[in-house]
Write a protein that binds this ligand. Structure first.
Ligand code: ATP
Ligand code: MG
Ligand code: MG
Length: 551
């Protein structure tokens, strides 16, 4: 007996398939408006729409919902296409644009006018709002509601021909000004916008409203299950009204699920754009952004985002997901799949006084402790080494397992060393450690010998300079949007980016490609940033080895 899917949309689909609905086909669509870059919430919608189509051997369309030319651009279109592909999904057929259907939508608007179900209204926005009423007050009919079909046709034609200024009039569906559902109170369906459109140029100066475009586009494309977020639940009666009142080829159905919200960040294109426009971040793909391109640059993998979306699940109850869960998803993937390397972020000089560089030793270390298929890496050992400043303490705290004077520690994969002498500068800062190594400890401890701990290191002479960008959460509070008195950008985490220059990593990383991901042993997960140059690699910290937020 096959188990029932926990995803309620899949339950609906399986029922539909059992009943032979839609000719046994499943067609979904992902319909972003190209008015910004996609964020983690969109990733959930992408995984749901494309994933559902895959699961039921159907297809998913990528449709740009491009009915607001003022806010949209080709740059956004390009980034969205890139993000969907990067997440590992492929749409069926050509990319779709709502603007491909402007002729058909116009014809359907004329159809509604002819049916006496749409009229041109001259109320300005403020008046229209007043006439619409609110949840406790029924609306009033517009004084233009009873214009004749002929007059409406002529006026709508004039709207289309650019004879009116923006806002002078609009086309509205004639439904019910008394409806308890505000969306049914004669919603606007076309408005005048004298702006050229990224796809249609200057062909149109009237553009359909989302509600008038969405269901009809679904019908034109043969979408069977139109999956959107819960804020569209109240729009469903309108979605259905248009499909019932127009000669559409098929009748898709709308289903709503809850939006993904994450704490310590914001998921709204408009607000993310504000962060970009105000230069609070370096761009849409700043590694602190919850955008797909930002997460990608931060070092997230497509699989980690897909797994995360799976873990979150699909429900109709709103809830805020903990950022720790997203971080755990990438940590799990990178732990399994990223090669290990050593990088000393804040170096302290170590001289192995009894070591002879003529040995020209290279140690072979596994790229991954649990995955032999990744093979080995070679790490040069020299007399001049670097260790992490943090890994030495002159006066060690209790239970100290790192280096201190007179105590032996193992250099990961190499020898056990003992610190014999601490060299300080004039201000008393520790600038160098003179150490000695024990040749008998190469790769393993002799009988009865137990160094206190293991620390990472690199050769000072044969390693690669790098800059390390230590990223952390963008906001200091769980819900940066909660405070009505203060703007979310007042809660930016001042330590969300700490740039550390002067680091050195293993020589084997010299040619690491942009976006290569590593676990720097004992430090965290990192990936190569596009800002890397021939002289200096730049690494972004994706996430620490374990959850340390607030600790
Ligand atoms: P934003 O408010 O960030 O602009 P939006 O819903 O206006 O989001 P669209 O481009 O219209 O953005 O979204 C495309 C699809 O992604 C829609 O079906 C929408 O419901 C879905 N989506 C957007 N945000 C989320 C989210 N946080 N969680 C799940 N799905 C989302
Ligand atoms: Mg939208
Ligand atoms: Mg929006």
């Amino acid at each position: 007996e096959s188990s029932k899917p926990t995803n309620f949309i899949h339950q609906v689909i399986e029922q539909d398939l059992e009943q032979g609905k839609n000719g046994g086909k499943v067609v979904t669509r992902f319909p972003p408006e190209p008015n910004g870059y996609l964020h983690i919430g969109h990733a959930k919608s992408i995984c749901l729409n494309f994933g559902t189509a895959e699961k039921y051997k159907g297809g998913c369309n990528l449709r740009f919902d491009d009915t607001n030319p003022e806010k949209e651009s080709q740059e956004y279109i390009d980034s969205i296409i890139e993000d969907v592909k990067w997440l590992g999904f492929q749409w069926q057929g050509d990319i779709c644009y709502t603007s491909n259907y402007f002729d058909q939508l116009y014809a359907w608007a004329v159809y509604l006018i002819n049916e006496g179900k749409a009229y041109v209204c001259d109320l300005g926005p403020d008046e229209a709002r007043e006439y619409r009423g609110n949840f406790t007050t029924p609306g009033k009919d517009s004084p233009y509601r009873n214009r004749s079909v002929e007059e409406n046709l002529a006026l709508f034609e004039k709207m289309k021909n650019g004879e009116f200024a923006e806002g002078a009039c609009s086309l509205r569906a004639k439904i019910d000004m008394q409806s308890p559902n505000m969306n049914l109170r004669d919603p606007m369906i076309y408005r005048i916008i004298h702006t050229s459109h990224h796809q249609t140029g200057d062909k149109w100066c009237i553009y359909p409203i989302y509600d008038f475009a969405h269901g009809q586009s679904d019908a034109i494309e043969g979408v069977t299950h139109s999956i959107c977020t819960l804020e569209f639940e109240d729009h469903r009666p309108l979605y259905e009204w248009f499909l019932e009142n127009l000669p559409v080829p098929v009748v898709p159905k709308q289903y709503e699920f809850s939006r993904l919200e994450l704490n310590y960040t914001i998921t709204s294109k408009r607000k993310l754009k504000q962060l970009v426009d105000e230069n609070i971040v370096t761009g849409w793909n700043d590694p602190r952004m919850p955008t797909i391109s930002g997460l990608r640059r931060r070092g997230y993998t497509p699989a980690s985002l897909r797994n995360f979306c799976d873990m979150v699940g699909v429900t109709r109850s709103n809830g805020v997901v903990d950022m720790g869960m997203l971080e755990a998803a990438v940590r799990e993937d990178l732990d399994k799949n990223s090669p290990r390397a050593m990088c000393v972020v804040r170096p302290l000089k170590v001289t192995i006084t009894n070591y002879d560089d003529a040995l020209e030793e290279w140690f072979e270390l596994p790229k991954h402790p649990k995955d032999d298929t990744m093979g080995m890496r070679k790490v040069p050992f020299t007399r001049n080494l670097l260790i992490e400043q943090d890994d030495f303490a002159e006066v060690p705290p209790r239970k100290w397992k790192r280096l201190t004077q007179g105590v032996a520690v193992r250099l990961r994969g190499a020898y056990v060393i003992t610190c014999d002498e601490v060299i300080k500068d004039a201000e008393g800062n520790v600038v160098e450690l003179k150490c000695s190594y024990d040749a008998a400890t190469k790769g393993a401890n002799p009988e009865g010998y137990k160094p206190k701990g293991v620390i990472h290191w690199v050769s000072a002479d044969n390693s690669v300079p790098c800059e390390v960008r230590e990223y952390d959460r963008l906001f200091t509070v769980e819900n940066p949007d909660a405070d009505k008195e203060r703007d979310f950008n007042e809660f930016i985490n001042p330590e969300s980016l700490v740039v550390v220059t002067g680091g050195r990593c293993e020589s084997g990383l010299a040619d690491a490609a942009v976006e290569s991901r590593y676990q720097f042993e004992r430090t965290g997960y990192f990936c190569v940033d596009a800002d890397s140059t021939a002289e200096t690699l730049v690494f972004n910290r994706t996430v620490g080895l374990r959850d340390s937020w607030g600790k």
